[in-house]
Write a protein that binds this ligand. Sequence first.
Ligand SMILES: [Zn+2]
Length: 115
Amino acid sequence: MKDFEFQRSFLKDVSYQNETITITTGYIIDFYDYIVEQTTGKVLRGNANEKLRVTYEMKFRQTLDKNKKITKCPNCGAEVDINTSGVCEYCHTKLVTENTRWVLTEKKTTNQEYI
Ligand SMILES: [Zn+2]
């Protein structure tokens, strides 16, 4: 694979279900994709003269509980109020909310053509 050329990206879909937001994004990338036999230079697979245009689709997921308060310390189990200090006042464990990052859940090729 060589001569990668990014064409464009796009937002295909956004959905919200059970406190979880899923975005479907698309990426169009042009490149050459072929396999050459090292000794002879012969193209074994693919095409060395025609560039491919591939559309990839990636889904990202994030749980929308960023502002959800932690009510219990995960370390000692004490009732806590994260808004006061961000640490448990009994055992001083740092309290952080979880699942707030975007996670790649699916990646696939949706279209592939020579250009
Ligand atoms: Zn604690």
